[in-house]
Design a protein around this ligand. Structure first.
Ligand SMILES: [Fe+2]
Length: 264
């Protein structure tokens, strides 16, 4: 059986169409599916307005709606293309819009927006495996969606910010129990890489003091060391793209639209 794992596509369908997917039995996606750069710009512009009133909301609503729909459509186009080959398993990345975010945006701008995961699930062959184990022809494949590990907040000196600390502690607790339930896996599909493995940040967009720090998760690392899944596929830290072995586990950070085809 051939399995193709693809790293954070970020809406780059052109790159994805170059991956040879004929005769592949299953596709795994590490999250961050759509093109969200325009949406992020729009959101930042809006956040920089001090005390936005109804007039500001109205003037930003249409631009925001368009940017949201662009991001949404790139995801559906990509998922539809991939599902044309074989079943597709997906985990959520930090750039993918949750129902919670969508509701919040709808309320803020008084606009109607589509829900990403509802529309994705409607595509035949597409399956979201956030925080659960999926069986594929006898293979156990575990999915971990984006979360903030408390070790990340500490590494980047953000743990002192109460809101970040609380969320990271809650996330870490939750994912720890999810991983505890996973047991043995053939494949772990996780948006966030394991701590210290293909997770070193290096980008012009971050504060210089952060360069070289590790943005991975210690609980994901512990799980891999303990349970030794055959393969681990991750994304998130695009500059960490590469391959490393952790005991018997082969770990691949597939970067932004990178891919690896394995035969099991
Ligand atoms: Fe990403």
């Amino acid at each position: 059986m051939k399995i193709a794992a693809i790293g954070d596509p970020h809406g780059n369908l052109e790159k994805i169409t170059k991956i040879p997917l004929d005769h592949v039995d299953l596709i795994l996606l590490t999250g961050d599916l759509g093109k969200t750069d325009i949406l992020r710009r729009q959101a930042l512009q809006y956040l920089n307005i001090p005390n936005p009133g109804p007039k500001e909301k109205l003037s930003h609503a249409e631009g925001f709606r368009q940017a949201f729909l662009t991001a949404h459509e790139t995801v559906l186009k990509l998922a539809g293309y991939l599902a044309g080959f074989c079943p597709v398993f997906i985990v959520r990345g930090n750039a993918d819009l949750s129902n919670y975010d969508t509701r919040k945006f709808s309320r803020t701008f008084s606009i109607e927006l589509p829900f990403l995961y509802q529309d994705l699930s409607a595509i035949r062959g597409v399956r979201l495996i956030d925080n659960r184990v999926a069986d594929f022809k006898g293979l156990r494949i575990g999915g971990i969606k984006y979360f903030t590990d408390i070790c990340w907040a500490e590494e980047f000196e953000l743990a002192g910010i109460e809101k970040i600390r609380r969320r990271a502690l809650q996330d870490t607790d939750k994912i720890n129990s999810v991983l505890g339930r996973f047991g043995r896996l053939d494949i772990l599909l996780t948006h966030v890489p394991p701590y210290g493995v293909l997770d070193r940040v290096d980008s012009a967009l971050i504060p210089p003091s952060w360069i070289g720090r590790h943005a991975g998760s210690k609980i994901v690392l512990e799980y891999i060391l303990q349970e030794q899944p055959g393969y681990v596929f991750c994304g998130h830290i695009h500059e960490g793209e590469g391959f490393e072995k952790l005991g018997r586990s082969e770990v691949y950070n597939l970067g932004m639209g990178g891919s690896k085809i394995v035969e099991l």
